[in-house]
Design a protein around this ligand. Structure first.
Ligand code: NDP
Length: 327
């Protein structure tokens, strides 16, 4: 109908999101039949974007895309990580970017502990052993343990703190690295990642993706972590130098790894799949019905708040609300 705000959807989103978007907005699809041609025809009328990474909606919101949308005001991103949106470019254009923080912290932290235990106690390997009928031939080999480990968390934000709270229940010492000490957090803070890697034997990575954290887990950090080392990455594939990690797992520089995210998802290197000392998950940390529904509702609610003249609920740090003046 006339008068409805026109919105660009960059790729498939959950049905519960798409249903509500079409109810409230005039939706144009960038992944539709016309592809980018839609930009030429409706670009100037678009005032909002709904987007998200993941196996399907992979189209990035770049400065170039925003340049084709001169009246864009808001980008609502599915996911707390918004490295697929150029938020700095949005900020200079007076466009607000929203994400889905908070509603997934506990879910992601739960999965992180599951992945940590799976990597240390070799749970997938043990299950494969049973299913392969090897148990009658002898007990599954003894494994490493969490009991004698010290944990370093890389990133002590909302999710890092939810992980730390769980780890306290496991009674293991915790330290962390971030650029600045986190408020109201008493664990030892390491301003240098390399020093943290040298001080612990277990690293859990939960920082944002993007240029600032690109390959921060490199060969040097893995070397410092050492032969007892376990690396858990639930952040973004870009944070870890994947070839360096593969080499470190192959030659025993570290003991094992648990990975939920990869450099080129959904493609996982054959070299990783061939290794027995790594547990691999297909980016599922927040992937439960309950939590994905909560994330989806926040994507919609940010758009509805903005559309009715209220402040967006969860703007990202680069685009505070009210927006900076257009340059
Ligand atoms: P927060 O913004 O609450 O926390 C981010 C933390 O990372 C802060 O402690 C921050 O501290 C630190 N950090 C940021 N940049 C750097 C840097 N360059 N070097 C060192 N530390 C840094 O984010 P959340 O906890 O909500 O989420 C973290 C990330 O987890 C998301 O951005 C997302 O990419 C990922 N994630 C992955 C999921 C999955 O499915 N696997 C699910 C959910 C989230 P400081 O600024 O002081 O450096």
């Amino acid at each position: 109908p006339a008068g409805r705000i026109e919105l660009l959807q960059t790729g498939p989103l959950m049905p519960m999101i798409e249903t509500q978007l079409t109810e409230h907005f005039l939706v144009h699809r960038l992944d539709g039949e016309g592809g980018d041609a839609v930009l030429a025809s409706v670009g100037p009328r678009i005032r909002a974007i709904a987007t998200g990474v993941g196996a399907t909606a992979r189209r990035r919101v770049t400065a170039d895309l925003m340049d084709a949308l001169p009246n864009l005001e808001i980008v609502s991103n599915f996911g707390v990580g918004y490295d697929s949106v150029d938020a700095a470019a949005a900020g200079t254009r007076g466009v607000v970017v929203t994400n889905t923080p908070g509603v997934l912290d506990d879910e992601v932290a739960d999965l992180t502990l599951a992945l940590l235990l799976a990597a240390i106690r070799r749970l997938p390997q043990a299950e494969r052993y049973l299913r392969a009928g090897k148990w009658p031939g002898g007990a599954f080999p003894l494994t490493a343990t969490l009991r004698d480990r010290s944990i370093g968390i890389v990133g002590m934000g909302r999710i890092g703190q939810a992980i730390a709270r769980r780890l306290e229940g496991f009674g293991r010492p915790i330290a962390y690295h971030s650029r600045r000490p986190a408020a109201d957090v008493d664990y030892p803070h390491y301003p240098e990642l390399l020093a943290l890697a040298g001080a612990v034997d277990t690293l859990i990575v939960i920082v944002p993706g993007g240029a600032q954290t690109h390959h921060m887990i490199n060969a040097e950090v893995l070397e410092a972590l050492g032969p007892r080392g376990v690396l858990i990455n639930v952040a973004r594939g870009s944070v870890v130098d994947e070839p360096a990690l593969i080499a470190a797992l192959q030659d025993g520089t570290i003991m094992s790894a648990g990975l939920d995210v990869f450099a080129h998802e959904p493609n996982v290197p054959e070299a990783l799949i061939a290794l027995d000392n790594v547990v691999l998950l297909p980016h599922v940390a927040s992937a439960t019905q309950l939590t994905r529904d909560a994330m989806g509702q926040l994507v919609v609610d940010n758009l509805l708040a903005w559309a009715s003249g209220r402040p967006p609920l969860t703007p990202v740090a680069e685009t505070p609300w009210p927006p900076a003046k257009k340059a």
